[in-house]
Design a protein around this ligand. Structure first.
Ligand code: AMP
Ligand code: MG
Length: 416
């Protein structure tokens, strides 16, 4: 199906939807300053620079002997241990015992590993002269004082934290956490605290709110949980008003389809603007995007379909790229995709970009293979739970056969 046919059917192609979402949202740019210990995963808002050179002084890369000169015999005059430097200066033909990381004494110009020397009373004997500069870690060879260590926009990962800590950065200025208001809509939904035996016919647990909350918290987003609302425009409207006033983004699940009790879109149009509805994506066709203006500013609205697989797939594939932009990440979210050989046939009709749930691994011959994890209904959570990747089937493609090469997208956070 071409883009035009898609649009005629009222379905927005996913690539267009993503581009439109990214155009529609703007970065927040509000910052806070935190101790480095609390900054992992946060986006850096002000460049962090080194407070000192790294290494701060010339030091030894080995446990051994710091030597002055290229001779084969040295007289041992002392020691330099990590944290306990040798205070004197070495003359040619002198050496000190040295440990890894210990400061190189003045006059020392090379280090020999202890495995390569013989100790004869106070004399250190070598078979072969050590090369000038051997096993010395030079002051500033990693980082120079004042140098920018981590650029603005970077999400602080563990090696960044290690670098900043080593360079004496105690506090960092990061973008503030995003606040998301979360609510579910549906008369059939019951809180997880309800004993299973007390669920009436057709009642189910409000699992989306729990899964979405877990996903958002994993992404360092503060969640304002507005619970579950009935299929009734009055309470939905009141909840949207609270959501809009308390958060940067509003995420709902359920009630965005075309059923007679689907009020989400109607209320969105009443309180704000509907900007996107119905995408050529499977699962997740009823995905909705819009905005909810408030006294100052506005909240972005993401209406996820109620089906639990659809809710998570649309969160991952559509909401997250927009969220990255809103919270100020400098790069568009690019996910790793690869190719794998299909181990079972797949039925698919052309028309929508399909994110099937699959399990991928390397077989005995080292070939990347993938199989679908059971039936692919948008209510089948067990298949999602057993999967470790999406099998991404292009909008125009039809059925696939065993042995076909298909695109896979391994799950990343927060699906992992
Ligand atoms: P809807 O989008 O409201 O038409 O719902 C589609 C399907 O998802 C129905 O089977 C609902 O019962 C189910 N559903 C809706 N909301 C949730 C939820 N919060 N948790 C689990 N399932 C849900
Ligand atoms: Mg519903």
């Amino acid at each position: 199906m071409t883009i035009d046919t898609c649009l005629q059917k009222g379905l927005l192609p996913v690539e267009r939807a993503r581009a439109q979402l990214l155009e529609s949202v703007a970065p927040l740019r509000e910052t806070e300053t935190l101790p480095l210990e609390q900054a992992r995963g946060r986006l850096l808002a002000e460049a962090a620079s080194a407070q000192l050179d790294l290494p701060p002084c010339d030091n030894s890369a080995m446990d051994g002997y710091a030597l002055c000169g290229d001779g084969l015999q040295f007289s041992l005059v002392g020691k330099s241990l990590a944290g306990h430097p040798y205070s004197g200066a070495l003359e040619p033909g002198q050496c000190v015992r040295i440990t890894t990381g210990a400061a190189l004494p003045e006059g020392a110009d090379r280090v020999e590993m202890q495995e390569n020397i013989k100790l004869d009373d106070k004399r250190v004997l070598l078979q072969k002269a050590a090369a000038a500069g051997a096993h010395i870690r030079r002051r500033g060879e990693d980082v120079t004082s004042g140098e920018t260590l981590v650029p603005v926009g970077r999400r602080l990962k563990v090696p960044d934290i290690a670098l900043l800590a080593a360079a004496g950065v105690q506090r960092v200025t990061v973008l503030r956490r995003l606040r998301a208001a979360l609510l579910s809509v549906g008369d059939e939904l019951k809180p997880l605290s309800t004993p299973a035996a007390e669920l009436g016919t057709g009642e189910i647990y409000d699992s989306n709110r729990i899964a979405l909350r877990a996903a958002l918290e994993e992404l360092e987003i503060d969640v304002v949980d507005l619970g579950c609302q009935p299929d009734d425009p009055g309470p939905i409207r009141a909840a949207f008003e609270r959501a809009r006033d308390s958060a940067d983004i509003v995420i709902t699940s359920g009630g965005v389809s075309v059923g007679e009790a689907d009020y989400t879109r109607g209320v969105l149009e009443e309180l704000g603007q509907l900007e996107m509805w119905r995408l050529a994506i499977k699962p997740g066709k009823p995905f909705t995007f819009g905005r909810l203006p408030r006294a100052a500013g506005e909240s972005y609205f993401f209406g996820l379909p109620g089906n639990p697989v659809s809710a998570l797939v649309t969160l991952y594939q559509l909401v997250l790229p927009a969220v990255e932009k809103i919270r100020g990440a400098d790069d568009e979210l690019v996910r790793f995709q690869g190719r794998a050989r299909l181990l079972n046939p797949i039925r698919k009709s052309p028309g929508r970009l399909d994110f099937q749930r699959g399990f991928t691994y390397r077989d005995g011959d080292g070939l990347q293979v993938v199989e679908t994890t059971g039936i692919q209904g948008s209510h089948i959570l067990s298949g999602f739970s057993h999967a470790n990747c999406f099998i991404v089937l292009p909008r125009e493609s039809g059925d696939c056969d065993t042995g076909d090469w298909v695109t896979i997208e391994p799950f990343g956070a927060p699906l992992t």
